[in-house]
Design a protein around this ligand. Sequence first.
Ligand code: GTQ
Length: 348
Amino acid sequence: MQAANISADAAHDRRGYYDRIGRHSMTPLWEVLGALVPPSPRSPVVPAIWRYADVREQVMEAGRLITAEEAERRVLILENPALRGQSCITQSLYAGLQLIMPGEVAPAHRHAQSALRLVLDGEGAYTAVDGERTTMRRGDFIITPAWTWHDHGNLGDQPVVWLDGLDIPLVRFLDAGFAEKTEQAVQEPLRPEGDALARYGANMVPVDFKQAPQEPTRVFVYPYERTRAAFATIASGTPNPHVGFKQRFVNPATGASPMPTIGAFAQWLPAGFDTQPLRSTDGTVCVCLEGEGEATIGEQTLRFAENDVFVVPSWHTLRLHAGRDTLLFSYSDRPVQQALGLWREQRL
Ligand code: GTQ
């Protein structure tokens, strides 16, 4: 931010000075202060949409080019158009479309990064988390918390596609990433399917169970069936003007976010509903699970339909219009911002 009216001599002196201090890896704050400490967030992230109808064929094509085994994870990364090459959809979050073909296995591994899956297309796949499998059904929200072993397999006869959401950019930023693999590609089931949900997700926990607030939930699947059923009842009430009917997924034992770094939400908008403008500091990835509509993000309007993924950058005003009864899933880094006292929201 060069002062507008300094003399040519003064400007010359300053440039020489900047060169000299530059040799000691120093630079003047006053040239960059406005950008470093902006009056409000100026995200480099841009609004964007991936329409499933447009990209499905290309996802399927990956199934003919590489096996899940060779790829380890056969995923097309959804890169924010303003951040190409950085493997991120917002500054802190990653998104990708993962494909698993009939009979394939994505071998077990674990890592410091937390992951969520949102099942979009096809039937017959499972994800195993620390020795328990869950059958992936469309709309199911499944988590693999940091450092849990996870593998995916497809026992059915259809290709299965889901959205992966991870905190990869956040962990990269913190230089805190670890990962490991095992000899054993497929985890031996240690407990029957549904065990964690029955023990921890049926309004009860084991009598001696205690959990530190920041630990991830033991419930690792939030079945779509239950989410749908909840909205079938909730939606008979009065919608909130800014969000319609919006629920936050929780660790049922603590009320905290299912995982410490990624918050997840489900939102029901009745046909014809228009939300009032809202903005928040958590850049958000949204997925349309049912219905269709329009998202106006700042000045830009994006039409969305089932299985489309769109991104709302930090502090961009969002208005939603539902063309039909619409269910949106979304995820963001809100729990991180809240833990650090940074999160802000404005309902306009
Ligand atoms: O399924 O474990 O999209 O480790 C990126 C990294 C998926 C996974 C991704 C991963 C995974």
